[in-house]
Design a protein around this ligand. Structure first.
Ligand SMILES: *Cc1c(COP(=O)(O)O)cnc(C)c1O
Length: 378
């Protein structure tokens, strides 16, 4: 048996560690017709819209499911059947957008980008100039696969300059990295309850430009994924279409209360940046290098090169770190052996110090330290 009787801390891209207050909010049952619950839904949506300053131009449509459900719903609802979508592809979540477009039968054009480079707005603009039939550009704000941050403001400007619609997967940045609908034009921005807002997983949401959503009736390939229908029903009845994830919604309301108490996006982003700095510095002292250069690293999740040691095995390493009370994440790169450590969730730099300590102790326990590896080679 283990003597650690707390939940393991989640150093992952989600689900994330949540506070006790957020978990306790789920100890109640709510009816989907009940006015009190529907008021919580509308209040949550109002706050989500405010976080990106979208109240004048956009609406927030919640959707049951994980983040990918909301990405698929946004693409299926806002891109018409004869639309064509440019997808800059630098990793796993960009590739998922391409896959969704294939499944729902929308034409996609891929713009390949190296997985350690951020997206270049000029390259996106050139692709749009070259192909006037492209109607939309779909980008990932932080490609969580490697942990790269993309220059959203400049991308939005370039796409708007060419008169196309921008759809942003901001799943792993919403609430932590500044996004401003007043200065970064987008048709839709997608995020979810269980990432930087530190709610529990189970609900996605789309911040959609009101005019684009109004014009999207009948586009969607699916009933359950139809954001226009979900929005129209919510407006008419104040209720979700189909059973709402009631516990997830009330947990998100409580998580948002703590988000504001902490100081909103600026404070949350600063805490994650401090976590990221502490992590990178602490790991450097253990001889572990990040995969990305600092200039493109988002303070969300860090990909590290695996120790250069013949005995390295992620599963063994993972299990030993988990024994110490911390859950790490595998790498998602195809070419190099890596693993990932998240900076997000209800974690402070103090927790990060403990994670680094546990990783160092595990490396020694498994004989994977740099000096052991040197000895092994001699
Ligand atoms: C987490 C995440 C998603 C959604 O993944 P789900 O497993 O469906 O929750 C989408 N895009 C990005 C960039 C993410 O980090």
């Amino acid at each position: 048996m283990t003597l650690i009787d707390r939940d393991p801390l989640l150093l992952t891209p989600g689900p994330l560690t949540t506070t006790l207050r957020t978990k306790q909010a789920m100890l109640h049952d709510h009816g989907s017709w009940d006015q009190a619950f529907n008021h919580i839904t509308s209040e949550v949506c109002r706050q989500l819209l405010d976080i990106v300053h979208g109240a004048d131009s956009h609406v927030c449509v919640p959707l049951q499911g994980s983040g990918t459900f909301a990405v698929e719903a946004a693409l299926g609802t806002l891109v018409p059947h004869d639309g064509k979508v440019l997808v800059p592809n630098q990793g796993a979540y960009c590739a998922r957008i391409l896959r969704i477009l294939g499944v729902i039968g929308r034409t996609a054009v891929e713009l390949p980008i190296a997985e350690d480079q951020s997206m270049e707005p000029a390259a996106i603009e050139a692709a749009l100039v070259a192909d006037p039939f492209i109607t939309h550009v779909a980008v990932v704000h932080c490609e969580t696969g490697a942990g790269i941050l993309n220059p959203l403001a400049d991308i939005a400007r370039a796409v708007a300059a060419q008169g196309r619609g921008l759809i942003v997967d901001a799943m792993s940045t919403f609430g932590a990295i500044p996004i401003d609908a007043r200065t970064m034009p987008f048709e839709a921005l997608i995020a979810a309850s269980g990432k930087c807002l530190e709610g529990v997983p189970g609900m996605g949401f789309v911040i959609a430009r009101r005019s684009a959503l109004e014009a999207s009736a009948g586009n969607c390939h699916s009933l359950a994924m139809d954001l226009h229908d979900q929005w129209a029903y919510l407006r008419k009845t104040t209720q979700w279409r189909f059973t709402p994830p009631t516990h997830v919604v009330v947990a998100l309301a409580e998580a948002l209360r703590q988000f504001h108490e902490e100081g909103g996006q600026a404070a949350r982003g600063a805490r994650y940046a401090a976590n990221c700095r502490g992590l990178v510095d602490g790991m450097a002292a253990l001889g572990l290098r990040p995969f990305l250069r600092a200039g493109v690293q988002a303070p969300i999740i860090v990909t590290f090169h695996a120790p250069d040691h013949p005995e390295w095995d992620f599963r063994t390493f993972y299990a030993a770190v988990r024994e110490r009370g911390f859950i790490l994440y595998p790498g998602k790169l195809t070419q190099v052996e890596t693993f990932r450590v998240g900076c997000i969730g209800a974690l402070t730099p103090n927790d990060i110090d403990q994670v680094v300590h546990a990783i160092g102790a595990t490396l020694r326990q498994l004989g994977l330290t740099a000096s052991a590896s040197n000895t092994a080679r001699v």
